[in-house]
Design a protein around this ligand. Structure first.
Ligand code: NDP
Length: 465
């Protein structure tokens, strides 16, 4: 019998995991989000490490938690008053075992090294699940596009790309959008890359349709998250039809989550931004969604304006002193957190469960704290963790890369069908892996283990690099 099959001592894997977690904390102090993301994955891997001692022998966990490369740079730019502004830029190239680094850029004042490391780490596993050949990376800046003019955003993007362009390329590292980086920002970044490198290539995804973008890429994360919820419900012979759904955020992911929920005859009733949330008991229909899209994507206004237009809806301002989020305490069947990390804490999770929520499908990255995650798992509701449920965005970025390489464009229907198939396959992989490792219905274990195995085995195949 090969060494792979010999059962190691029961607690050897648990010891190894503890040792790695302490190492990660010591080497990356003051990065709690990164610790959280690593902890969640490590907890799932105990079962794998017990069956596969070769991962410990080859120090796969030490290697997988250490970025292959971290870039940090100064981004100077002029504001509209001619004053010098200075921001900090980052790119974390986390793991390239199965393809070029791939992952979004986030522009938000909260951005720091720890947040980007957590996002890059998550991205590695997520990309592995998509069935496509993409490594993991993430980047961004503490620049806040909110309240800036288009010219200021352009000057910032140009300065950011002037440094970043040395490190990325269609076969090396392919960034995309994330919070604060939408079509406008991708356009400015792409334009500057093209100018500096004299090269028109698929170096970024989320591009405009006329210059290499893919149909369905803007919709993909939200659509994919709803497709994932639909697959989870199917395992209990249920559908989304008529289900009351809570959606947080009002950006890219939230908007297309609401749209797909409407397609599947569910009833979305909430949206939010960092200032507050709206609740519309009658449901957010297509006309109301069109209003939100115009408000957010063109007028760049605040969600509060929804209640100026739709008087029956109610608005609740964010209260930082509260120990829970008002939006998660509304009676519903399903929840689609689509704003940001740690937006569902233990109290929110308790409220959701108390109010009868049976499905949580995560559009945002790591929106649930470790305590909230555990409560969902213990309650045995259908809980789709971000790395699986929101993988449709990066999967469609992968489809954009394929179209760029082939220099052709697929139709809307073709891309949507591929996205749908990918989400079905991610769901099946997580479902079957969870079962194989003795925790049926636990999509957290399923996603972490399935994502890990492909990366770890590729790293073993490629030697010590
Ligand atoms: P957008 O910038 O388009 O929208 C973000 C939304 O979340 C806005 O409504 C924003 O409100 C709100 N928000 C952001 N930060 C906070 C905060 N700290 N507190 C409260 N609300 C906040 O981003 P996306 O929709 O692209 O991204 C949303 C989430 O989805 C993120 O976690 C992202 O990492 C994840 N994701 C995105 C993918 C994509 O394809 N875009 C792919 C996979 C995951 P405000 O305008 O007031 O800041």
């Amino acid at each position: 019998m090969s060494a792979v099959m010999e059962p190691p001592k029961q607690n050897a894997a648990a010891d190894y995991i503890n040792q790695i977690f302490n190492l990660v904390k010591a080497k990356n102090p003051a990065e709690p989000e990164f610790h959280q993301a690593v902890m969640e994955v490590l907890e799932s891997l105990r079962l794998v490490l017990e069956r596969h001692p070769e991962y410990q022998e080859n120090k796969i966990l030490e290697r997988i938690t250490e970025p292959e490369r971290v870039l940090m740079f100064r981004v100077p730019w002029f504001d509209d008053k001619g004053k010098v502004q200075v921001n900090r830029g980052f790119r974390i190239e986390m793991n390239s075992a199965i393809g070029p680094y791939k992952g979004g850029l986030r522009f938000h004042p909260s951005v720091n090294l720890g947040i980007l490391k957590f996002l890059a780490f998550e991205q590695v596993f997520k990309n592995s699940l998509t069935t496509l050949p993409m490594g993991g990376g993430k980047g961004g800046s503490d620049f806040d596009p909110k309240g800036k003019s288009d010219n200021e955003v352009m000057r910032f993007c140009q300065s950011f790309m002037t440094e970043l362009c040395r490190h990325i390329g269609p076969d090396t590292d392919v960034p995309a959008g994330d919070i604060g980086v939408g079509g406008r920002e991708i356009g400015f970044l792409f334009g500057q890359y093209k100018r500096l490198r004299n090269e028109f290539s698929g170096v970024l995804t989320g591009k405009g349709l006329a210059w290499g973008g893919s149909l369905i890429r803007p919709e993909a994360t939200g659509y994919g998250c709803v497709y994932f919820a639909k697959e989870m419900l199917k395992t209990r012979k249920d559908t989304l039809e008529g289900k009351v759904c809570l959606v947080s955020g009002s950006g890219n992911v939230s908007q297309y989550t609401v749209e797909k929920l409407l397609d599947l005859r569910a009833k979305p009733v909430t949206m939010s931004d960092s200032d507050g949330a709206i609740y519309d008991a009658d449901g957010i229909d297509r006309d109301k969604l069109a209003f939100v899209m115009d408000l957010k994507n063109n007028r760049r206004g605040r969600i509060k304006e929804y209640t100026d237009k739709y008087k029956k809806a109610v608005y609740q301002a964010t209260d930082k002193k509260l120990d829970h989020n008002w939006l998660w305490n509304i009676k519903a069947d399903c929840a689609f957190p689509s704003a940001t990390q740690n937006e569902i804490n233990a109290k929110d999770a308790a409220n959701l469960l108390k109010n009868g929520v049976k499905v949580v499908s995560e559009g945002a990255n790591m929106p649930s704290t470790l305590e909230a995650t555990k409560m969902f798992l213990d309650a045995k509701i259908l809980y789709g963790p971000a790395k699986a449920a929101n993988a449709g965005g990066v999967a469609t970025s992968g489809l954009e890369m394929s179209q760029n390489s082939m220099r052709l464009s697929w139709t809307r229907e073709e891309v949507d069908e591929r996205l749908h198939k990918i989400m079905i396959s991610i769901h099946q992989n997580c479902y079957e892996t969870a079962e194989k490792y003795g925790t049926p219905g636990n999509y957290v274990n399923g996603a972490n283990i399935a994502g890990f195995l492909k990366i770890a085995n590729s790293m073993l195949d490629q030697g010590l690099v």
